[in-house]
Design a protein around this ligand. Sequence first.
Ligand SMILES: Cc1cc2nc3c(=O)[nH]c(=O)nc-3n(C[C@H](O)[C@H](O)[C@H](O)COP(=O)(O)O)c2cc1C
Length: 129
Amino acid sequence: MNILFINGSPNKNGNTAALAKELLKGKTYETLNLTDYKIYSYGQQFKEDQLDEVISAMKAADVVVMGSPLYWHNICGSVRNVLDRFYGLVENGELRGRKLYFLFQGASPEKWILGIIRMKLRKDLRERC
Ligand SMILES: Cc1cc2nc3c(=O)[nH]c(=O)nc-3n(C[C@H](O)[C@H](O)[C@H](O)COP(=O)(O)O)c2cc1C
């Protein structure tokens, strides 16, 4: 089983990576740091954009764990961009069949944030992946 951890934090060895390490203890997994990739906002079109590389890595995995530090009570920008860019792309079922998990790391997380994020992810992704 191929497990891919996608780290949305700019800190490759920061708290988000540490949480993933704990969560995936005893399992072999690859890490993809979004900070190494140019992923523009939905609608922007630049030839150096690297979303395709991230999607290819996701396709090669059976399980994808997407980790985000909490920024302003929400998902960080890099993960947000990837999710926004799923729009249209994943609708045709390209990533169907994979398990997708999210983990969130915050300095002082509050429970209500999870409610909001869960609702958002369910609406945006459940029907599409
Ligand atoms: C711009 C910014 C906004 C943040 N907002 C929150 C927040 O709303 N809630 C929270 O719990 N932590 C917040 N934090 C703290 C980070 O989520 C926390 O330090 C996290 O552990 C960083 O993960 P990393 O070490 O993987 O980068 C914020 C940090 C930054 C840089």
